[in-house]
Ligand binder design. Sequence first.
Ligand SMILES: Cc1ncc(COP(=O)(O)O)c(C=O)c1O
Length: 453
Amino acid sequence: MDSYKITLSEQELPQEWYNLIPDLPTPLPPYLHPATGEPIGPQDLAAIFPMELIKQEVSQERWIPIPDEVRRIYQLWRPSPLHRARNLEAALETPARIYYKNESVSPAGSHKPNTAVAQAYYNKAAGITRLATETGAGQWGSALALACNFFCLDCTVYMVRVSYQQKPYRRSLMHIWGASVYPSPSDRTQAGRHILARDPETSGSLGMAISEAVEDAATHPDTNYSLGSVLNHVMLHQTITGLETKKQLALAGEEPDILIGCVGGGSNFSGFCFPFVPDKLRGKEIRLIGVEPTACPTLTKGAYTYDFGDTAGLTPLILMYTLGHSFVPSGIHAGGLRYHGDAPLLCLLVHEKVIEARAYSQNPVFEAARLFAETEGIVPAPETAHAVKAAIDEARVCKETKKAKCIVFNFSGHGHFDLAAYDAYLEGKLEDIEIEPDEMIKLALADLPKIKK
Ligand SMILES: Cc1ncc(COP(=O)(O)O)c(C=O)c1O
């Protein structure tokens, strides 16, 4: 019988996360202090992060044990299934074998709880009682609300204003799990008030919401900040997806030719691909493709330079591809992909040409999502649909070249709370944001911080 799903038992849940840092082809440049231009130390981060996460951020250990308390919560939905997309393959008449790792089975509907649960655990262990965070489309906010609910922590979420309006049911989900949710920019923080004074009609951005959450955490001793992507420890926690996928592909007797994921801050893509990077560095022919929106083309059009992680300039300086921390992307429905920068680990690998990047606009992405929903049944989140589109494009290339490649992508989340976006697509009302934001990028890049030497 042809199988559609490759599953692992709960006993096969990985016991350790994989840390790519010791296996990098070149060392990862440090975060810098904006005032001095010097590398920051653990104490600089201790005001808003627990020490265990700070240690993970810089760890040189290849394998980091997953605490039992975290594994027990993972077990509620993990290991997640790896699906063979046989119906999609048939519809495309491709000789390619397409697989997708289904992270939409988590309670919050995406990969985000993989790090939310770990972060809530380490903060609780450090005696923190509240976490503050930002969220774009609401996937990360709902994941952290879920995790805080399990560990009895309060949770404050600054939700990008355009998504707060577009996705009311994500808000409901966060409320069910006990979080407080505010549209960002808000008047609760100095950063928010400052932005509102300059531009009262702003649609908001992840950079602005990060400024608000960081300020909230830094000004309350019982509160820490929690970030849903970008940082090394977030990539680390997400490697659970790639590690499971490796085991599942081995069970299916497969070696991947192409691995694909969408990129917002880089966590689902990195967690999925990083366990395969050492294979590639040892000479295995695997293409790793990160996919982003043309409306926020960080990897494909950004500059590789030090920049702030947030709009107000409260974070350390990070070496990454960036569109400039003042860049405000248009209000596309893939709200989780509207971030001006990307994870430094991922950016280093793009810079070293280990990872490729490409960008798509909204309508072709939704067209691919619809074909996926028609054939495989699951409605992808608009973010995830970027990966779906790339997988379909690669499968079509296989049809032309008659090559039977093994294409595997990370299905990072479902779109059950994004149905207004699908309505807009079906009614032909979705704008293709092809404004070629080159001018906006140029302006935002002119605003880059000057590094003191
Ligand atoms: C379903 C889904 N996929 C992908 C992303 C992009 O984030 P990251 O690049 O950190 O995985 C998001 C962000 O919110 C998301 O909600």
